[in-house]
Design a protein around this ligand. Structure first.
Ligand code: ADX
Length: 198
């Protein structure tokens, strides 16, 4: 039996102090959607815009974090859960650092996304559903993965042989098959300004 003798420390510099230094609130913009839906492209363009306007940001992306922090994880339901749990904790740390975090992960399970939401403060977590029909993602197939999945070369591929649970009440919905990137970025910036997040 492992008895954990650990205690939480409070440090002198608080989350509020860090937010004040950055001149804005911490936020977690969580992009969820199918592979090829455009999550990372939109998050990338949004980060560039926010950065240019003087906001302190950081972009986390499924493909990249799976090379490092999560390189021990695959795509089983259990591994995806652990992937999102760790990233949720990273988002929480980054929010304590006072950053606007943009997280781009398929995150196919509702339960895992609500776990991340539960780590955040009230109004801090903003779920952006990048909604795009699977046929469109398949036609785009930027990494050729849908083609491989259809041939059975990639098991448990989201949208083909593994489930995707769309959010019930996301803060923002982007129809990436109907809206361009600039339009999507504007929509998110407008939301953030309207809600006084920026
Ligand atoms: S998640 O489901 O655990 O949230 P994550 O966003 O980290 O996934 O990684 C998704 C990326 O991994 C995809 O964009 C794709 O490039 C790649 N990938 C490799 N295998 C799979 C698979 N079986 N299902 C979905 N994406 C996969």
């Amino acid at each position: 039996v492992c008895v954990k003798e650990i205690y939480w420390h409070e440090f002198q510099v608080t989350k509020n102090d860090r937010q004040a230094l950055h001149g804005h609130k911490s936020r977690i913009l969580w992009f969820t959607g199918l592979s090829g839906s455009g999550k990372s492209t939109i998050a990338n363009a949004l980060e560039a815009r926010l950065h240019k306007e003087g906001f302190s940001t950081f972009l986390l992306d499924g493909d990249n974090t799976r090379f490092g922090l999560n390189n021990d994880l695959g795509f089983s339901e259990e591994d995806r859960k652990e992937n999102i749990r760790r990233i949720g904790e990273v988002c929480r740390l980054m929010s304590h650092a006072g950053l606007i975090v943009l997280a781009s992960f398929i995150s196919p399970y509702k339960e895992d996304r609500s776990f991340v939401r539960s780590l955040a403060e009230e109004d801090e977590f903003i779920e952006v559903y990048v909604d795009c029909p699977v046929e469109v993602c398949e036609a785009r197939d930027p990494k050729g993965l849908y083609q491989k999945a259809k041939k059975g070369e990639i098991p448990a591929f989201t949208g083909i042989s593994a489930p995707y649970e769309p959010p019930d009440a996301p803060e923002i919905i982007i129809r990436s098959d109907l809206e361009g990137i600039d339009e999507s970025v504007k929509k998110i910036v407008c939301y953030l300004k309207e809600k006084s997040h920026l």
